[in-house]
Design a protein around this ligand. Sequence first.
Ligand code: NAD
Length: 286
Amino acid sequence: MIMPIANIAIIGAGTMGQGITQLCAQYGYTTWLYDVQDGAAEKTRQRIVQALDKRVTKGRMTPEDADAALARVSVANSLVELAEADLVVEAIVENIAIKRTLFAELEGLCRADVLLCTNTSSLSVGEIAAELHTPQRFAGLHFFNPPTAMKLVEVVSTDATTKTTLQTLHDFARSLGKTPVAVSDSPGFIVNRCARPFYGEALWLLEHGAASVATIDACLKSGGGFPLGPFELIDLVGLDINLRATETVWRAFDRHPRFRPSPLVADKVAADELGRKGGVGFYRYD
Ligand code: NAD
């Protein structure tokens, strides 16, 4: 039986948690946002207020619809408050041990029919679920950045994910105006796998002094037809997230040079230059 979905819990109030929460609220779902960092979810709710205001100013939404969307966004102060959710979307740090611990806790808190999803970019969904007692209701639900704008959602199944879980997630993604695509649990799935060499070649050019950040971005946009250049995209994604995804795919392919992480990105992450979210990455955002 397909589960009706009304209440969504989003865990992790960073770049993706913000966008997924706003998206679900805009499409009529009651959303609860939780972050382990004190005050982070409330700050993100404020950012959602600003994002909705901007949509109203641009004439893309009525003030009434924006108010109604915002009224559907609540902040949870503990995981226990998420127990009534019908579907959980995890968008926390890209670390398998931390994700596993979180899902083990959620399994104990949520009803047995609640769907548990990870928004991981590159970790193995099956490995995240490996220690769960109910892996049949677990899947990857991979939104792209920014979730309010990007059409694609990769729905990642494991050997244990049931057809009902997958069908519910495909229907859910479509209810958000998205295009769900069924993908298997392979490193980087589809988009992030193909994106690794895209970033990698741009970084290789930069490492060798062949061209500047701005020139490479400009060429890929005006000559390659990409809406963003590779460095603009890395800044948007977050350098820490980009580096972790590259490392995961690289390791999964026995450190194949095609997926080699760039020291330029590693150095910037060490210097806390994480991209747009922190104000500095390959570009500055004042
Ligand atoms: P982010 O660094 O912007 O935010 C992560 C948030 O999770 C932080 O606010 C942090 O405090 C919180 N957090 C960490 N551990 C937690 C825990 N145990 N419980 C609750 N909250 C916790 O990260 P992001 O860019 O939003 O990425 C989140 C996930 O989405 C990652 O798995 C990432 O790979 C994936 N993803 C990212 C992008 C992107 O473009 N940034 C795109 C698709 C998927």
